[in-house]
Design a protein around this ligand. Structure first.
Ligand code: ZN
Ligand code: ZN
Length: 179
């Protein structure tokens, strides 16, 4: 099937890791760690111009040095959710916290929440943005959402991007922090 003919308004939930119970509908979707022990549920409903559940920072790619390390890859793809629109479905007690502020550009303490079993980083919380959790686009079970509602709006710290990658197509490029 041609990718161009795929209806991206319908869920596409490929088998990835240990969980087989991810889902999404018009209002909500799940994000699950690689082993399946931790599952979150968040609101995806938006109005035409103003995301309701997504925080103002929305969805973004980050190439900063911390994101190289914390993803064990080259960049992170994130989306911010108001905590009022985020539910821990299971595995909250299975999350390990790690906090530091030394290398955070804003100087705020950033706390990371990892699955204790498989190591998937589920979200980060900055002391400077209370009430907002920053989740990882790749943990969202419906992969079509990666391309639709959760498509990054901005790519930041482009000066730290590895030279063999280019900027995300159609995404605003920003040096340093976009916040
Ligand atoms: Zn896990
Ligand atoms: Zn970063």
């Amino acid at each position: 099937m041609s990718a161009a003919l795929t209806d991206k308004s319908k869920p596409y939930i490929p088998l990835a890791g240990g969980a087989t119970d991810g889902w999404s509908n018009d209002e909500e979707a799940t994000a699950t760690c690689f082993c399946g022990a931790v599952q979150l549920k968040f609101a995806t409903n938006t109005t035409h111009s103003q995301p309701r559940a997504l925080a103002s920072s929305g969805t973004f790619i980050c190439n900063c040095a911390d994101c190289h390390k914390i993803t064990a890859s080259m960049f992170a793809s994130n989306f911010a959710i108001l905590d009022t629109h985020l539910t821990h479905v299971r595995g909250r007690e299975n999350l390990t916290e790690f906090s530091q502020s030394r290398t955070v550009a804003s100087g705020n303490t950033m706390t990371n929440y990892f699955c204790s079993t498989c190591g998937t980083l589920m979200y980060r919380i900055s002391a400077g943005f209370p009430g907002i959790s920053t989740l990882r686009i790749g943990t969202v079970d419906d992969f079509h959402l990666h391309e639709t509602k959760l498509k990054p709006q901005v790519e930041q710290f482009v000066e730290k991007r590895v030279s063999w990658l280019h900027g995300a197509e159609g995404v605003k490029q920003v040096e340093g922090s976009s916040f």
